[in-house]
Design a protein around this ligand. Structure first.
Ligand SMILES: Nc1nc2c(ncn2[C@@H]2O[C@H](COP(=O)(O)OP(=O)(O)OP(=O)(O)O)[C@@H](O)[C@H]2O)c(=O)[nH]1
Ligand SMILES: [Mg+2]
Length: 430
């Protein structure tokens, strides 16, 4: 089955619902973001429509009057696409398409489409196709004509029941095949990552367009893709960066997050995001000049939590301070957030404070210990060298060697195992 991305220059209407606990202002912001997403996909949004009601209409999502209103605009202005901010069920799409005579998609479908057109590497393309098919599968219903129109294949009236079964089976087979392929890639990746185990690893994370790639470029001189559009980065780039005269780290940049990132995408991008999960420190980059930056912070935190990286030592990197009008915000955010730094990645402002902050957070993760080794235990030293930094060695009269060393808390278990096997006594300093 061939998947096409949305054609360029399509004209669209975006639709949001003011219901439940979501306010009118929030919906307005969500629609603004949806318009940026549409723009990234090459779609021009010509109308923004909202409806206020008590709740979602289960069968049709919107109320009847609103649907007719949209249908009329679509017909009169020859609109090709209606994009809903919330996810729609197969049944809702089916019912809406009975009245609104054009293609109907939702936020997840649009995000998947952007990912599809942006994916360049074999890994990213496989990950996106898997997420697309998983998104599509429950929507493969008899009258889901949108699917056939958008993806070609089985006529415009929707596939018949037999054809549908064939299609479902084909999709499932392809999903299985893609999963296997990703499994292979993920093994390759984990081998690459294990080579970096002895390094201090720092991961850039953040909402899409926050300036992560710009910061990587600023700190490492790497030539990475930067664009004022959403989801410029879909892969992981890792570069060496010196954060002091003696300390070098590996800094990684990866795919950005967004509100309602389809769960299938998060799942299939797991191997890309492993760099974040395994990082020692996370740099959470925030576009502080964006009016909704606080909501962005929440979305990123929730996504990190989902990935199992919610409790990592984190530096809050408030970026784009050059574009900030309200300087008082810096003071209040400094009080509100732990480990906050205020920078401009594109102008190179305060990058040295960021490096100092990373060092400070790393120091916090270090532990010091002292061991008393008998001559028969001296061979342990070479093993210790693999993951600790020896600070001092001293010999006592009875030939015992006193070793003082420092190591990352993450190697606690490894040290215990090593010492447990040798039955050596230790003193903890910190
Ligand atoms: N004014 C200002 N703009 C910035 C700054 N840092 C980055 N930008 C701009 O913000 C836009 C997005 O930057 P990227 O570095 O591509 O952002 P990203 O977080 O990597 O985005 P994705 O890869 O899409 O998730 C670009 O137009 C950058 O030039 C900054 O410090 N100040
Ligand atoms: Mg980027």
């Amino acid at each position: 089955m061939e998947l096409h991305s949305t054609q360029k220059t399509e004209r669209a209407i975006v639709v949001g619902l003011v219901a439940n606990k979501v306010s009118r202002y929030q919906v307005r912001d969500y629609l603004d973001e949806l318009i940026r997403l549409a723009d990234t996909a090459g779609v021009e949004v010509v109308h923004k429509i909202t409806q206020e009601r008590d709740g979602i209409q289960p069968a049709t999502y919107l109320g009847k009057g609103k649907i007719n209103e949209i249908a009329l605009i679509v017909e009169q202005e020859k609109i090709e696409l209606v994009i809903f901010d919330d996810d729609l069920s197969a049944m809702q799409v089916r019912n809406l398409e009975k009245v609104i005579k054009c293609k109907i998609i939702d936020r997840s479908g649009l995000i998947l489409d952007i990912f599809a057109s942006r994916a360049k590497t074999k890994e990213a393309m496989t990950q996106v196709e898997l997420a697309q098919l998983q998104y599509m599968l429950p929507r493969l219903t008899r009258a889901w004509t949108h699917l056939s129109k958008q993806y070609g294949g089985v006529g415009t009236k929707g596939p018949g029941e037999t054809q549908l079964e064939v299609d479902r089976r084909a999709v499932r087979t392809r999903i299985g095949h893609l999963k296997e392929k990703l499994e292979g890639i993920s093994v390759e990746r984990s081998v690459q990552r294990s080579r970096r185990k002895e390094w201090t690893r720092v991961a850039l994370v953040g909402y899409t367009n926050a300036g992560k790639s710009t910061l990587l470029k600023q700190m490492s001189g790497a030539d990475v893709f930067i664009e004022d559009r959403l989801f410029a980065t879909l892969d992981t780039t890792v570069r060496q960066v010196a954060i002091s005269q003696t300390k070098r780290i590996l800094l990684s940049d990866t795919v950005g997050f967004i509100r309602k990132l389809p769960p299938h995408l998060i799942a299939s991008f797991r191997s890309t995001l492993a760099e974040v999960v395994e990082a020692d420190v996370v740099l959470h980059v925030v576009d502080v000049s964006h009016p909704q930056f606080e909501e962005h912070v929440c979305v990123v935190r929730e996504t990190l939590q989902e990935l199992g990286a919610g409790e990592k030592p984190t530096v809050m990197v408030f970026n784009k301070i050059d574009a900030l009008q309200d300087r008082a915000l810096v003071t209040s955010l400094g009080k509100e957030y732990e480990n906050a730094v205020f920078i401009s990645a594109s102008r190179g402002i305060n990058i040295s404070s960021l490096k100092e902050k990373i060092l400070e957070v790393l120091e916090h993760e270090l532990k010091e210990q002292v061991l008393h080794l008998m001559p028969s235990d001296y061979r342990l030293i070479s093993k210790l060298h693999e993951f600790v930094e020896i600070l001092e060695k001293e010999y006592d009269e009875d030939n015992t060697m006193k070793v003082r060393f420092r190591f990352d808390k993450k190697f606690d278990g490894r040290l215990k195992k090593l010492l447990g096997r040798s039955g050596i006594k230790k003193e903890s300093l910190k």
